[in-house]
Design a protein around this ligand. Structure first.
Ligand code: PEP
Length: 253
């Protein structure tokens, strides 16, 4: 049985006070659910990681970074290493979020190096994959998702994969209010699971958690979670409102 997993990506939002308030409100609202029934993670901006970790220390909610660099240290101005994220209490890290790929021009190869570096640094990467609108309209969804999967997981052995979560996030559904239908999500999640069986083995494919992300709200979470291969949700905008995010967590159980 795959345990449900709900993660909130705060992106470039909140400030020192509101980040702590939001984290505490999520912790209060999800008490009794987080950890036992559902894995919950919040993913604040780097500068608020430490105070958020402190604020929800005993809540069972995990904390993640929005990105990581693949070099362990050195002259890489502005970058953050896996060890730094670990040091401030992160367990998870997003790798290859579509905004990093398409706004900040990260290559597929760079995403793969980040996944490998995150694992070596003791973090659990959430590898984001997903197609642009013209790629979907051109019938290239599976081709793009397969490329993201193969380059993102390049060189990773099956034993390392137990720490990796996949997030399918169709780019046309992120921040647009246009959610993939549950059937569209299921189709691609099923494809990803089949691909994992080919790349690794059937057991690993069955055990890997695959999250859906893209305009998830409290009122569509249940329907998405009802799909056989949707194991959890990666939530952007709706994770900034504690009440709504808590309702999404409740819907995922
Ligand atoms: C995301 O940031 O990963 C995301 C899915 O955003 P939103 O829920 O706002 O579409």
């Amino acid at each position: 049985m795959r345990k449900p997993f709900v993660a909130g990506n705060w992106k470039e939002n909140t400030d020192s006070r509101s980040s702590v308030e939001l984290a505490k409100a999520v912790a209060t609202g999800s008490a009794g659910l987080a950890k036992e029934k559902v894995t919950v993670a919040v993913i604040p901006p780097f500068v608020y990681l430490q105070s958020v970790v402190q604020a929800i220390r005993s809540s069972g909610i995990a904390v993640g970074g929005q990105d990581v660099y693949f070099e362990p240290k050195g002259a890489f101005t502005g970058e953050i290493s896996p060890a730094m994220l670990k040091d401030v209490g992160c367990n998870y890290v997003l790798c290859g979020h579509s905004e990093r790929r398409h706004v900040l021009c990260e290559s597929d190869e760079m995403v793969g190096k980040k996944v490998t570096a995150a694992l070596s640094g003791g973090l659990m990467p959430i590898l984001c994959v997903g197609e642009l609108l013209d790629e979907r309209d051109g019938g290239r969804t599976e081709q793009v998702v397969a490329r993201h999967m193969k380059t993102g997981l390049a060189g990773l052995s099956a034993d390392k994969m137990s720490a990796v979560t996949i997030a399918y996030e169709p780019v046309w559904a992120i921040g647009t209010g246009r959610t993939a239908t549950p059937q569209q999500a299921q189709e691609v999640h099923g494809f990803i699971r089949k691909l994992l069986a080919e790349m690794y083995n059937a057991k690993l494919a069955q055990e890997t958690q695959i999250l859906y992300g893209g305009s998830v709200k409290a009122d569509n979470a249940k329907e998405l979670m009802a799909q056989e291969d949707v194991d959890g949700l990666l939530v952007g905008g709706a994770s900034l409102k504690a009440d709504e995010f808590v309702r999404i967590i409740q819907a995922a159980v």
